[in-house]
Design a binder for this molecule. Structure first.
Ligand code: AFP
Length: 300
């Protein structure tokens, strides 16, 4: 079943379906950019144009497409400092996008991804109010992982040669598993985080960290465990962006039976104040998220 048939079968709102289909089609275009960027000579691309960094290029593809289709009212992306508002939009949706997460890994051919969250209106909203979230992962295969609404599950698709996505796994649920993906430098860990990591290591968790949030969380979603980019010495709010990275991936993890926390509380219950807000992130199985929240509470 292709993604269009899937959306239809699940009685997805027509406007939301149109937006999700549009976004899924950008996967093929963005993927083609990886190939073209291999051909670059100095700063010119194969067409003799100035070569842009791929994350900026992907950002333009998505923003220009959304502007011309007018499928959303608000656009916020990791590459833009302000929210873009579309004139005369067809829908009132707000969209948050990390066009190419993990882009520093492109030159070594590791997996990177596009992360997207969709809100009913303005984007400075609690993650729990998202009406859909998805990511496209560009690895050996190009896959799309999607959740729509509340309680409708998480579903995996794979792209074929024509750029069309087909359902491969319905109702993905995070299993019990012992993988941990720890960001930040160990020497800068805060004491509660040290206890958390020590506990995981004592329990025999295996370290798996690539430097691409979307790829690392995809692994945790399918194999179990926890990804963390904590707050650390002199950067108590950590590194990851709440709107573009944490919340959409957290929405997907939560709908798959897992959880996301800033170490203290459910991240999706927090209202962001600015689009560039950063936050400590713990995302994965409920057991691991409860554990860090217990250590944080004990430290009070
Ligand atoms: P880039 O998109 O600049 O590569 O950043 C990726 C990222 O935001 C996230 O995907 C990774 O989990 C994290 O940064 C990696 O950070 P470290 O390099 O500090 O491990």
């Amino acid at each position: 079943m292709n993604i269009e048939e899937f959306l239809l079968r699940n009685n997805t709102d027509e406007k939301l379906s149109e937006l999700i289909l549009f976004l899924s089609k950008q996967g093929k275009t963005i993927k083609s950019g990886f190939l073209n960027s291999q051909n670059k000579t100095e700063t010119k691309n194969v067409y003799g144009e100035e070569q842009m960094e791929l994350d900026k290029w992907a950002d333009e593809i998505l923003i220009n497409g959304l502007k011309s289709t007018r499928l959303v009212r608000y656009i916020a992306t990791e590459e833009q400092s302000d929210i873009i508002e579309i004139d005369n939009p067809k829908n009132q949706f707000g969209i948050v996008i990390d066009p190419l997460d993990g882009s520093s890994l492109i030159d070594v051919n590791l997996a990177v991804g596009t992360i997207i969250g969709i809100y009913p209106g303005h984007v400075l909203d609690r993650g729990e109010n998202m009406i859909a979230a998805m990511y496209i992962l560009y690895g050996p295969l190009t896959t799309l992982t999607l959740t729509i609404g509340k309680g409708n599950g998480v579903h995996d698709f794979v792209m074929n040669d024509d750029g069309e996505f087909f359902l491969t796994k319905e109702n993905v649920e995070i299993p019990d598993g012992k993988i941990y993906a720890p960001g930040a430098l160990k020497k800068d860990y805060l004491s509660e985080h040290v206890k958390f990591i020590d506990n995981l290591e004592r329990e025999g968790y295996k370290l798996r960290y690539s430097g691409s949030f979307v790829a690392d969380v995809h692994q945790i979603l399918h194999k179990g465990g926890v990804f963390t980019y904590p707050g650390f010495v002199k950067k108590e709010n950590g590194k990851l962006r709440m709107l573009f990275e944490a919340n959409p991936m957290g929405k997907i993890m939560t709908e798959a039976g897992g959880a996301i926390s800033n170490g203290w509380i459910d991240m999706l219950s927090i209202r962001p104040h600015a689009i560039d807000e950063i936050t400590p992130v713990y995302i994965g199985g409920k057991k691991e998220i409860n554990l860090i929240q217990m250590y944080m509470r004990e430290s009070q």
